[in-house]
Design a protein around this ligand. Structure first.
Ligand code: S3P
Length: 437
């Protein structure tokens, strides 16, 4: 059954050739708007992801009194109001589908002198917020959630926050970032220790905006009461969006595709290591640095893939790439074993369940476990998939379908616009067989 929204018909197209530039990084785009808003002065963001998630974050800051100009779709000029310059609003703040938006904002808004209410769409309304509420409460914040720690979140401002030394149980960049952003408003020092290092964009960007912050993989510490200096941000292309092209070009014979200037922060590129271990042929060219982040063109050629046991240590570095990895695993020879990835059950959908059900519908053997799955590579046949309104599930099946024996109908694809507006057009240009269903 479809959950509503539009559908795609995906089927083998041609070999993937040429070059493609995927949109800007979602994680960096959210943070650039947030820090730009809190800074003193005007920050320009180039390569901003013009997706629904990041637009929701920008719209929230506009409601909080920040002037944000859009001279071109992928540019934002943020007129920062300073750490103490946000203005209260009586309206609820709608984060849409974005867990990053809601969790980071929970931390940032906990430090304000006013109350605010964060809401989200149906998917976000089912996602766990205790993981941010608990450490923020330890800092002195007062946040009410629905039963089970679900959104909407009512954040009561005006209280004094104090720094904490937080050792989280979940490896989560969103939780780390929420605590650090609240830490800007807290008395004394705030530190975060992670069970596994996660993406460090908040730390890097705070530093670029002039905040004194100490950080190393798995650790960050800052002192409250610091101000931010405006800073221009050039957002690299999103590795997570490139992932679907890396997989499709790997599995379609004759492909050779260049993905330009993709962000290669080591905490994001676990899929590169996993695909290479599976036999993928992916080269890095034109390496450069963009806004303090490593970027390179990724040149991917078709190669026969074989199954692997995905090292558990790689899981946090490829947390958003399991839909793409499972699509590759379905087209690989032998079994691919995933463990230690229970977090996938609380993403935009339960991604282990969504991918397992979808691959099984296409004739692939998948054995799901509480924290992973075993995918037996095989011959994909045509069939019908429900993306469960999850952008990455929809795009993963569009990639997998490039090796299917028949048409794959993918239902409920509207949410692709949250992270990758224009995916279908860019994919077709590269050679995908993909049309509106
Ligand atoms: C993100 C962190 C990750 C990731 C999400 C973006 C971020 O979430 O899955 O897509 O920008 O900080 P968790 O912190 O829940 O692992």
């Amino acid at each position: 059954m479809s959950g509503g929204g539009r559908s795609w018909i995906a089927l083998p197209g041609t070999a993937l050739r040429g070059a493609a530039t995927v949109p800007g990084d979602k994680s960096i785009s959210h943070r650039a708007v947030m820090l730009g808003a809190l800074a003193d002065g005007r920050s320009r963001i180039d390569g901003f992801l013009e997706g629904e998630d990041t637009r929701a974050t920008a719209a929230i800051f506009a409601r909080l009194g920040v002037r944000i100009e859009t001279p071109t779709p992928s540019t934002r000029i943020v007129h920062g109001v300073g750490v103490d310059g946000l203005r209260p609003t009586a309206e609820v703040l709608d984060c849409g589908n974005a867990g990053t938006g809601m969790r980071l904002l929970a931390g940032l808004l906990a430090g304000q002198s006013f109350d605010s209410v964060l809401v989200g769409d149906a998917s976000l309304s089912k996602r766990p917020m205790r993981r941010v509420i608990d450490p923020l409460a330890r800092m002195g914040a007062s946040i009410d959630a629905q039963d089970g720690g679900l959104p909407p979140l009512r954040i009561h401002g005006g209280g004094a926050l104090r720094g904490i030394d937080f050792a989280g149980e979940v490896a989560s960049a969103q939780v780390k970032s929420a605590v650090l952003l609240a830490g800007l408003y807290a008395e004394g020092e705030t530190s975060v220790r992670e069970p596994h290092p996660t993406r460090d964009y908040t730390e890097r960007m705070l530093s670029a905006f002039g905040v004194e912050i100490e950080y190393a993989p798995g650790f960050a510490r800052l002192r409250g009461g610091q101000r931010l200096r405006a800073h221009d941000v050039a957002v690299p292309a999103d590795f997570s969006s490139a992932a679907f092209f890396l997989v499709a070009a790997s599995i379609v014979p004759g492909s050779e595709l260049r993905l330009r200037a993709v962000g290669l922060n080591p905490r994001r590129t676990g899929l590169l290591a996993a695909l290479r271990a599976m036999g993928a042929d992916i080269r890095e060219e034109n390496a450069a640095t963009r806004a303090g982040e490593a970027v390179a063109d990724l040149v991917v050629r078709h190669a026969p893939l074989h199954g692997i046991e995905v090292p558990e240590a790689l899981v946090p570095d490829m947390i958003d790439e399991f839909p793409a990895l499972m699509a590759a695993a379905a087209c690989a020879q032998g079994a691919t074993v995933i463990r230690g990835a229970a977090e996938l059950r609380v993403k935009e959908s339960d991604r282990l369940a969504a991918m397992s059900a979808g691959l099984q519908a296409l004739g692939i053997e998948v054995e799901e476990s509480p924290d992973g799955a075993v995918v037996q590579g095989g011959a994909l046949r045509g069939g019908r998939i429900d993306s469960l309104g999850d952008h990455r599930i929809a795009m993963a099946f569009a990639a997998a379908a490039q090796r299917a024996g028949g048409e794959v109908r993918i239902d409920d694809v509207d949410n692709v616009a949250t992270s990758f507006p224009g995916f279908d057009a860019l994919a077709r240009e590269a050679g995908f067989g993909l049309r509106a269903g």
